[in-house]
Design a protein around this ligand. Structure first.
Ligand code: UD1
Ligand code: CA
Length: 456
């Protein structure tokens, strides 16, 4: 059967107190609305329409990569009105439409799938996701008849004292038969406490027309909507727990899941050990058997197997097998570190390639350089890549030894097997196999101190 989905996202989200539209706030590195879209898509529902209004242009931009269609709701006259604005999207279609909210990122792929299957297999005209809440606060109440069938949804503000006591609530997420929904939308009115067109009223109308209405009870956690930054943090905790659990089931070892922050799209291999304070972001991939000691931020990077990283920042870069990074290293974008390499403490690498087996053990800056294999950088080497106007390139061959506290003034080339005396400032190419020393020769002035101070 044909299936499509509508996501309501036209509301303002005043309580977020933000310049960013509510649905574009991120949970574990992904916009809330994109979590909803991706879950819908993974249930093979391709046709997705988002109702936008407040902050429409930003929402369009923030969801552009998802290849969806939009309906515009100029004035926010209620959830029923929002769906009316998507009438063009629904017209001429027959099958099912699932409706979700853009600020409910915790709905899972399996619940989306169950909702649609239950709805279609039971041949319902409407199916509601509901939840049982100890304190249902402002949620709409699910009112059932003597046979236990859903009769209607009553909004909190329109409830009688008896209805307020009902603990089964409306999640605001549903599946409808498209034709039944379209026929009913035109019958909605705004004669209620809030003067809005309620989508929830569709249920009572369908029921009165003798149509079949179903409900599925799901955990409260999944349907919790985010209305404030406090609730955003709560959603983040729930999502983080799910992500960490998935990685542990896939074979990662997370010492303290509560203090490990992994974005939704990160991949982690088997037997990789993650200590507290790691922040793994973007499309990062950590392969098998790595050890991430405490306090790393790794963004959009690929870490090959058996790498150790400690107290370091790695951005948009690759780290080869068996390499160690840190403590206190800073690997900036577009760097490629080889296998069996060592990037030690207080080393910064920017837009550079470092060959296999090369050691940069401490206090060194390497920028815009191509470095070969099995080189050794002495403590305090600086690649002088910037002349005040341009960034210049340095090329270093294989098996190059650079003495401590040297400057390599770019552009410059150090050919294979070269050796740089400590304290040198290298400004010219060093030919293969040569020793370069570029510093003043040492002069000893005997008894200079005693003579000066007349101490003899
Ligand atoms: C709605 C339900 C309520 C349910 C609750 C669950 C109605 C009338 N009530 O209430 O039964 O318990 O959700 O969270 O549907 N939106 C628009 N255009 C509008 C109004 C809302 O796009 O004109 C969007 C909002 O951006 C939001 C969603 O619809 O994503 C829900 O709107 P909201 O105002 O939060 O509905 P509630 O009053 O909470
Ligand atoms: Ca709400």
């Amino acid at each position: 059967m044909y299936k499509c989905a509508i996501i309501l996202a036209a509301g303002e989200g005043k309580r977020m107190n933000s310049d960013t539209p509510k649905v574009l706030h991120k949970v574990c590195g992904k916009e809330m609305i994109n979590h909803v879209i991706d879950n819908i898509r993974s249930c093979n529902i391709e046709d997705v329409n988002v109702v936008i209004g407040k902050g429409a242009e930003k929402v369009r931009k923030g969801t552009k990569s998802r290849n969806i269609s939009y309906s515009v709701q100029e004035d926010q006259l209620g959830t029923g009105h929002a769906v009316m604005c998507a009438e063009e999207f629904l017209k001429g279609k027959s099958g099912s439409v699932a409706i979700f909210v853009g600020d409910g990122p915790l709905i899972t792929e399996s619940t989306v799938g169950n909702l649609v299957n239950f709805h279609e297999e039971g041949e319902y005209s409407a199916t509601i996701l509901t939840s049982i809440m100890e304190e249902p606060a402002k949620y709409g109440r699910i009112i059932r008849n003597a046979n236990g069938e859903v009769e209607k949804i009553v909004e909190f503000k329109d409830c009688t004292p008896a209805e307020v006591k009902v603990q089964e609530i409306n999640s605001g997420m549903y599946c409808f038969d498209i034709q039944n929904l379209l026929n009913t939308l035109s019958k909605l009115n705004n004669n209620n406490n809030q003067g809005e067109y309620y989508l929830t009223d569709v249920i009572e109308i369908l029921k009165k027309e003798g149509k079949k209405v179903g409900a599925i009870d799901v955990p409260v956690e999944e349907i919790t909507a985010v209305n404030s930054k406090v609730e955003l943090a709560t959603a983040e905790i729930i999502m983080r727990e799910r992500i960490n659990k998935k990685h542990m089931e896939n074979g990662a070892i997370i010492i303290d899941p509560k203090s490990t922050y992994i974005d939704w799209n990160v991949k982690i291999g088997r037997d990789t050990v993650i200590y507290p304070g790691n922040v793994l972001q973007g499309d990062t991939v950590i392969k098998d058997g790595c050890t991430l000691y405490p306090n790393n931020r790794i963004d959009n990077s690929v870490i090959e197997s058996n790498v150790t990283v400690q107290n370091s920042v790695v951005l948009d870069s690759n780290i080869g097998e068996n390499t160690t990074v840190g403590p206190f290293a800073y690997i900036r974008p577009d760097s490629n570190i080889g296998k069996n390499a060592r990037i030690g403490d207080f080393v910064e690498i920017k837009k550079s390639t470092i060959g296999d087996g090369t050691k940069v053990s401490h206090l060194t800056y390497i920028g815009d350089a191509e470095v070969g294999t099995d080189c050794n950088f002495g403590c305090g080497t600086v690649i002088v890549n910037y002349d005040g106007k341009h960034k210049n390139k340095t090329v270093i061959g294989n098996k190059v030894f650079i003495g401590c506290n040297s400057n390599l003034v770019s552009p410059v080339v150090l050919e294979d097997d070269t050796y740089i005396g400590a304290g040198s400032t290298i400004t010219h190419k060093v030919p293969k196999g040569s020793l370069a020393i570029a510093r003043a020769k040492q002069v000893n002035k005997e008894n200079w101190v005693y003579d000066k101070y007349n101490k003899r």
